[in-house]
Unconditional design. Structure first.
Length: 263
């Protein structure tokens, strides 16, 4: 049965998951001979180095925290083995036993931001939500972002696109699809997006439309080299025709880019 420390760790883990805060759970899963903590003992480690609970303290715990920090990037759980016998040979303790610790990252859902609440935007939101992503949809038309029009949107933001994007927290764990209704809106949105660390930015439209957007952005002083970050025309070439197929092509490209970055 969990002790008071483990119950606190589990409460804090639940709170972190609910708030979307990245966290790693470290659990002692096996021990041999004399060790500071028993199997089942848990500790949380946050990105800023803060922790809740302890798996034994000392040098071993410092190494566990370092190992946990690495999983924020890899997003993969790890088994960490330590012998607590001879510090002279590099062991992190002298208790005389061995311990195995499982570190498991709990990361917030990837965010998909859809700029444009038209038919393609709705299909994208629906598919992204079905895939388990956090969804944000933005449009300058309130009637496009009602609950009836966008039932699967996690967040609906109405207003001038550039203004909304300037005030939206977009991290490297964000993919953005610009699927607006005209060139003018693309020109409003893209410069703001290029200032962010978004993992993926795609812009919908034909080659001709994209040339118009690039030309106008260059006239406005946007660095042409930054256009290399953009996927335009958006989506994988899978001969998509229906709205649902177009959404599949766009989400597939987002997934491919995320997977390549993880490798």
């Amino acid at each position: 049965m969990p002790d008071s420390q483990d119950r606190r760790v589990l409460r804090e883990l639940h709170a972190a998951i609910e708030s979307g805060r990245p966290v790693v759970l470290a659990t002692v899963v096996a021990t041999r001979r004399s060790v500071p903590r028993h199997a089942g003992t848990k500790m949380l480690i946050f990105e800023d180095g803060a922790s809740v609970g302890t798996v034994g303290g000392g040098e071993m715990e410092s190494r566990v925290i370092a190992g946990a920090q690495a999983t924020f990037s890899t997003r993969r759980p790890e088994l960490l083995d330590y012998a607590l016998v001879e510090p002279a040979r590099g062991d992190p303790g002298v208790c005389g036993g061995e311990v195995r610790i499982y570190v498991e990252p709990y990361m917030p859902a990837h965010t998909v931001v859809v700029v444009g609440g038209g038919h393609v935007g709705r299909a994208l939101v629906d598919l992204a939500d079905w895939l388990g992503y956090r969804t944000v949809v933005i449009d300058d038309r309130a009637d496009r972002l009602t609950e009836e029009e966008m039932p699967n949107a996690g967040e609906r933001l109405v207003g001038p696109l550039g203004e909304v994007l300037a005030n939206l927290a977009i991290t490297e764990d964000t993919s953005v699809a610009v699927v607006t209704r005209n060139v003018g809106l693309d020109i409003e949105a893209v410069p703001q997006l290029l200032k962010t660390r978004a993992r993926y930015i795609g812009v919908m439209g034909s080659e001709r439309r994209w040339k118009q957007v690039r030309s106008r952005l260059a006239e406005l002083g946007v660095d042409a080299a930054s256009f290399d970050r953009l996927h335009a025309p958006i989506g994988l070439d899978i001969h998509a025709e229906t709205l649902e197929e177009i959404a599949v092509s766009i989400l597939s490209e987002m997934i491919r880019v995320r997977g390549a970055d993880a490798d």
